[in-house]
Design a protein. Structure first.
Length: 494
């Protein structure tokens, strides 16, 4: 490409070359070579965790919450601003789920990323507060975009996606703790949801109350217990620097996420509170009742928090992706994670979270990996985190195996007495369906080994059946391991 430009000919970008290459392959002029798109791939981090994330936003809609830190933009769903990258894409497509999904898939494929294993991330206010007919239509149209068809019903879209080229391997929504009950769990499974993002924000009832959060810590404990028993992956949000908090109280509050057996989420986002002019908190600041932390204070909190994270947790994000021109005062750095990691290294500290330990694009052989089991208790289950790791603790894949306590009433009675696989995830670059591994962790058989070990452990613990919370697009994968559809889940006899 550089030599082409040096000859005085037009410069060709990578996405232009990829577009021409795919066109020539589709028309039969060239034989497809998967190494070429990989070599030309832009923004490789987009798919280095094993899946292709497609983010869409729901339409603007009233939120049941009254949180004082949450911005209001009438053009956007509650808590989102029109100039956030994802929000801009949604507004450009008038919040249409099909258009958003199709455009994002096309954009990722143009820059060399496979879009065959799609984790669909539905953002935009409190999902559970939207009308259910809208929720069902929204999910159906996202699946239609993956399938490239117009289906009559959600069930039809799901059936097509289960065997389609672009499969939904995870469906994520975000909601509030006080919206979770047994009936909501059934509804989420009907839609195909596998992971729930849930706003904890604080483990202090006083902080929750003065920030008008609208729920207490007891509501969080109850929601986490119900979600875990139903097999969902739990992705919590936590916010330092809320009204009434101090750096010292925040560090202690973060510790309670892991000390309290009822909490202990699988994934976490740390969102330092950002002072925005269109949030009620702005008036508190004007009256001198609120002070944003300095950059040093925020970094001190983040370093102390990252050092506490257990090895079974993925710390997905630090700081909201809000353009800094919206921030009135306080932290404006977008690379807080990187700065915090540099500071930890200087202090001799390490973060054990999954994201920091992922194998990413590192080539690995099966003999380099050891199977490890980390066991911890929650208020309702015994959790086993099975992982394949290198000698340096680099993570190639894991499985979350849950044993419900026998004295724990189950929100979904049909799952009583079942052990539960809540997640299987193999890291490394996302590979197209059916493609063999060339040293990448994916398609090396690690998932099969993890499932076999989970069956062995469940059988040894006295369970006669094992359930899995399968995404629509992973049903065939689990069927190959003996699982069958059984209502809202897949199960196998042990």
């Amino acid at each position: 490409m550089r030599q082409f430009a040096r000859q005085g000919l037009p410069w060709l970008s990578k996405d232009q070359v990829l577009h021409v290459y795919h066109t020539l392959c589709q028309t039969g002029w060239l034989t497809f070579n998967p190494d070429i798109p990989t070599h030309l791939q832009m923004k490789p981090t987009r798919t280095q965790s094993g899946v292709t994330v497609v983010t869409v936003l729901t339409k603007p809609y009233p939120c049941p919450g009254k949180c004082i830190f949450c911005p209001t933009d009438i053009r956007m769903p509650k808590s989102y601003l029109h100039d956030e990258p994802g929000a801009q894409r949604a507004e450009r497509h008038q919040f249409d789920p099909y258009a958003q999904t199709a455009a994002r898939i096309h954009a990722l494929e143009r820059i060399g990323h496979p879009a065959e294993k799609i984790e669909l991330l539905i953002l935009g206010g409190t999902w559970s507060s939207y009308r259910r007919d809208y929720q069902e239509w929204f999910v159906k149209r996202c699946l239609d975009a993956m399938n490239g068809t117009d289906s009559a019903t959600l069930a039809e879209a799901q059936a097509q996606n289960a065997t389609g080229k672009r499969r939904n391997v995870g469906l994520v929504i975000e909601t509030r703790p006080d919206h979770i009950d047994a009936e909501e769990l059934r509804w989420l499974r009907y839609l195909g949801v596998t992971k729930v993002q849930i706003g904890i924000q604080s483990m202090d009832d006083h902080i929750l109350a003065i920030n008008k959060r609208g729920h207490n810590v007891a509501s969080v404990r109850r929601a986490m217990r119900l979600l875990r028993l139903a097999g969902f992956k739990i992705h919590a949000h936590w916010m330092p620097n809320l009204l009434g908090a101090t750096p010292e109280s925040d560090i202690a509050d973060f510790a309670r996420l892991w000390e309290d057996p009822a909490i202990r989420p699988d994934e976490l986002k740390i969102y330092p509170c950002m002072l925005l002019e269109n949030a009620e908190l702005y008036a508190y600041w004007q009256r001198g009742e609120y002070r944003p932390y300095t950059e040093e204070e925020v970094l001190d909190v983040l370093v102390a928090c990252k050092a506490q994270v257990p090895p079974y947790v993925r710390l997905n994000r630090i700081i909201r992706d809000i353009p800094t021109n919206n921030v009135v005062q306080g932290i404006k750095k977008a690379n807080l994670r990187q700065v915090a990691q540099q500071r930890m290294k200087a202090q001799g500290l390490t973060c054990q979270c999954i994201r920091c330990r992922e194998i990413r694009r590192q080539q690995v052989q099966r003999e380099d990996l050891a199977l490890r089991v980390f066991t911890y208790e929650t208020d309702a289950t015994t959790e086993h985190f099975l992982s394949f790791e290198t000698a340096e603790s680099r993570l190639a894949g894991f499985l979350r195996l849950s044993f419900p306590h026998p004295d724990q009433p189950h929100p979904l009675p049909e799952l009583t007495g079942h052990a539960m696989i809540r997640e299987v995830h193999i890291y490394g670059p996302a590979l197209p369906l059916g493609e063999d591994s060339q040293g990448e962790a994916q398609h090396m058989g690690l998932g099969s080994e993890l499932i076999a070990k989970a069956k062995e452990m469940a059988r040894a613990a006295g369970y006669q059946r094992l359930a899995v919370i399968s995404a629509i697009g992973t049903r065939q994968y689990y069927a190959r391991h003996g699982f069958q559809m059984d209502g809202l889940y897949m199960t196998v006899d042990l």
